[in-house]
Design a protein around this ligand. Structure first.
Ligand SMILES: Cc1cc2nc3c(=O)[nH]c(=O)nc-3n(C[C@H](O)[C@H](O)[C@H](O)COP(=O)(O)OP(=O)(O)OC[C@H]3O[C@@H](n4cnc5c(N)ncnc54)[C@H](O)[C@@H]3O)c2cc1C
Length: 419
């Protein structure tokens, strides 16, 4: 039997992650009585883990460039980013005592380079504003009458409020709280949930030679999908070989596009430029220069000027080229093959570790049923969404936190449209 809890609130926020915390603070700053319910024993478990504990809060791109990186649905963010872009986010944190900066001119971190400083400041602001926080409180459902929200329930209590903000995250890294409850709650009241895919994670490959290159980090790799209908899927960044596949920033970026393709095709062929963008002609020039400097040296020695030795050996093996002979001794066809493989090394993705290693979730509550100006449901008045629970995901580099904060800020206005 449920205990009805007498004190009523203006708004119940479900989930104390990036989106929920800023939504709660925004509402409380507008003198609303806020109840924040968090499933775990502590707030902001995922926020703490972000950016390897350094918290890549946002980035310095213009709103147009930022939205373009989210793909087709990116424009949905226009109103939220117009009122809360990266500058507003940095200012928000500055006002509560956390200065931030962009050491590389692009990715923004707290100057402390510690996510804990962000969380402490948010906690202090919540205390200052008198927000009621209850941890170990897992919301199971929302209550409504006709087309109006009336509250939310855990297994033990029903709390009443005319507004509920669902900020419960996606499905990735379930140990950090998000287990898809928001999708169930939203779908129970009639919201459509798009197909859900794990995204931003290491990938497993068919090729076993990767194991021999384990822990080799290759800078500025370009990856492209080698499927006729997906040729425009590309990403650039550092790549690390693992015992079963590939990881690193470029893999995180491209994986969000690849997981749906794995489900469709079973395996996904990729091409990797591991040689800092050099094409076949430029590679030939580079090797000729090396030969000029060291005419007696082997192919391996020349390729080692571009790649770590284990990887250089594997590419020679793929080209059926003896790494220990001179480049000029290599038959023409093999030489062409070697240059081709150096320019674009093929690799085949056959799987991943699912949501347990997925930094974000691709898919979520359908944007068609949410008002972008307010984040309010078009189905139930007083129901709002923010953060990863919605069907929007961005690449690596502060995109997902900026979106969580901007949507949380918008939802926290409880239907009031920002000028
Ligand atoms: C390891 C890692 C590193 C990352 N690094 C970055 C980075 O540097 N920059 C970046 O932009 N993005 C990063 N991301 C992605 C980013 O963290 C998420 O996109 C963002 O945290 C989503 O915020 P959210 O508030 O929507 O969800 P979450 O942060 O997942 O918060 C949801 C909260 O709701 C709670 N909850 C869930 N269900 C219920 C329920 N039924 N009742 C009550 N509470 C509930 C959860 O416990 C959780 O506290 C990273 C992700 C991971 C996993």
């Amino acid at each position: 039997m449920q205990n009805a809890t007498p004190p009523s609130f203006d708004v119940i926020v479900v989930g104390a992650g990036a989106a929920g915390l800023i939504a709660a603070i925004t509402a409380a700053r507008k003198d609303k009585k806020v109840l924040l319910l968090e499933k775990l024993s502590k707030i902001a478990a995922k926020l703490k883990a972000t950016g390897g504990g350094r918290c890549n809060l946002t980035n310095t791109l213009s709103n147009d460039e930022f939205m373009a990186r989210f793909g087709r649905d990116g424009r949905f963010m226009t109103p939220a980013l117009t009122s809360f872009d990266h500058k507003a986010l940095m200012q928000f944190f500055s006002q509560i005592g956390v200065e931030s900066h962009a050491p590389d001119g692009y990715r923004v971190f707290p100057v402390s380079h510690s996510s804990v400083s962000i969380i402490t400041a948010l906690e202090e602001e919540m205390t200052r504003l008198g927000i009621t926080l209850i941890c170990n409180a897992r919301v199971k459902s929302v209550q409504y009458e006709a087309d109006r929200i009336t509250g939310a329930s855990t297994a033990e209590h029903t709390y009443s409020a005319p507004n509920v903000i669902i900020a419960s995250g996606g499905l990735g890294y379930p140990q950090l709280g998000a287990q898809g409850d928001g999708f169930t709650i939203a779908s129970d009241v009639g919201h459509k949930i798009t197909q859900l895919h794990p995204a931003m994670m290491p990938l497993r490959t068919k090729e076993t030679w990767v194991d021999n290159c384990r822990a080799d980090t290759i800078a500025k790799v370009e990856i492209r999908v080698d499927l006729p209908k997906a040729k425009n899927i590309r990403a650039k960044g550092d790549l690390i070989f693992t015992s079963h596949g590939i990881r690193g920033p470029v893999v995180l970026d491209v994986s969000r596009e690849i997981t749906p393709l794995i489900e469709k095709y079973g395996e996904v062929p990729l091409l990797m430029n591991l040689t800092k963008g050099l094409n076949e002609g430029q590679l030939l020039e580079h090797i000729k220069n090396e030969i000029h400097k060291n005419p007696e040296q082997s192919i391996l020695t020349h390729i080692k000027t571009l790649l770590p030795e284990p990887l250089a050996r594997e590419i020679c093996t793929l080209a059926l080229a003896d790494p220990d002979i001179g480049f000029n001794k290599l038959p023409g066809l093999q030489r062409d093959k070697l240059l081709k493989l150096l320019a674009w090394t093929p690799i085949t993705v056959i799987g991943h570790d699912g949501f347990k290693m997925a930094m974000i979730t691709r898919g979520g509550v359908s944007l068609k049923e949410i008002r972008p100006e307010t984040m309010e449901s078009k189905i139930l008045n007083g129901l709002f969404f923010c953060g990863e629970v919605m069907n929007l995901d961005g690449p690596c580099g502060g995109y997902n936190l900026q979106w969580s904060f901007a949507s949380g800020y918008t939802a926290g206005h409880l239907g009031e449209i920002q000028p």
